[in-house]
Write a protein that binds this ligand. Structure first.
Ligand SMILES: C[S@@+](CC[C@H](N)C(=O)[O-])C[C@H]1O[C@@H](n2cnc3c(N)ncnc32)[C@H](O)[C@@H]1O
Length: 206
C-alpha cells in the first residue's frame, strides 16, 4: 500500500527538489496566487513578519526585498535548512504551526501559504497566529482547493507516497478565523476556468 507520511517526513524527502531545477516548481506555485497573496499583505517595510510553513522560503525573498524583518518556521528540518541556505538574512527554525516558539504579540504580520491543507485542525494554528500577532496585526493565509493529495516521488527515489492532507471548505475557513477573533478584511479566489483553485484571505487581529 502507498505510504502516507506526515509533513515533517514527507517534506524532508521533498526538500531537495521542492524548487525545481530552475525554480520552475516555485513558479507553478506562484501561478496559484496570481500576485494576490503578496498584494494582500500590503507594505511590510520595517515590519516583523513571520512565515509559517515557510518551506524553502518562496515568499521570503520578496518580503526581504520590501524591507521586512523575516522569520520563518516549518515542521520539516530539511525545508528549514534549504530556506536558511537561500536567505541568510532571515531567521528560520523548526517548529509546529500549532505550537509557535514565540512570545505573545511578537509580530506585525503572519503569513501562511499552502500550509493549512496539511493541518487537520487549522483553528489550532489560527489561535497561535492570533496569539503571536500584535493588536492590529495582519494575517494572510491561503487555502488550496485540493480534495485529494497528489501522489509524490522524491528526487532519485522510486518510492511513491502521499503527504497527509486535509481539504477545507472556504466558508469554514472564514468561520474558524472569526471564531478565533480575527476580523476578515479581504477574500480573493484564484480560478482555473470556472473552478476555484486557491482562496486567499486577509484577516486582522482586532
Ligand atoms: C506546500 S508547502 C508550502 C511552503 C511555502 N509556504 C510555499 O508557499 O512554498 C507546505 C509546507 O508546510 C509545512 N508544514 C506542514 N505542516 C506543518 C506544521 N504543522 N507546522 C509547520 N509547518 C508545516 C511543510 O513542511 C511544507 O514545508
Amino acid at each position: 500500500m502507498t505510504k502516507v507520511y506526515n509533513s515533517a517526513q514527507g517534506y524532508d524527502l521533498m526538500a531537495g527538489d521542492y524548487d525545481g531545477k530552475k525554480g520552475e516548481k516555485l513558479a507553478f506555485l506562484n501561478s496559484f496566487e496570481e500576485g494576490e497573496f503578496l498584494a494582500m499583505i500590503g507594505g511590510v517595510n520595517g515590519k516583523k513578519v513571520l512565515d509559517v510553513g515557510c518551506g524553502t522560503g518562496r515568499l521570503v525573498g520578496d518580503l526581504l526585498r520590501e524591507g521586512a524583518e523575516v522569520y520563518g518556521v516549518d515542521v520539516s528540518e530539511k525545508m528549514v535548512e534549504a530556506a536558511q541556505k537561500k536567505f541568510g538574512r532571515a531567521k528560520f527554525e523548526v517548529a509546529d504551526a500549532c505550537d509557535l516558539p514565540f512570545e505573545n504579540e511578537s509580530f506585525d504580520v503572519v503569513v501562511a501559504a499552502f500550509l493549512i491543507v496539511h493541518l487537520k485542525k487549522p483553528e489550532d494554528f489560527f489561535a497561535e497566529a492570533y496569539r503571536v500577532l500584535r493588536d492590529g496585526g495582519v494575517f494572510v493565509v491561503s487555502n488550496i482547493n485540493q480534495k485529494k493529495a497528489p501522489l509524490l516521488k522524491a528526487g532519485g527515489s522510486r518510492e511513491k507516497f502521499y503527504i497527509d492532507s486535509h481539504y477545507h471548505i472556504p466558508k469554514h475557513v472564514l468561520e474558524k478565523l472569526e471564531n478565533e477573533f480575527f476580523k476578515i478584511e479581504d477574500e480573493k479566489f484564484v480560478y482555473e476556468g470556472k473552478a476555484w483553485v486557491n482562496q486567499v484571505i486577509k484577516a486582522r487581529k482586532v
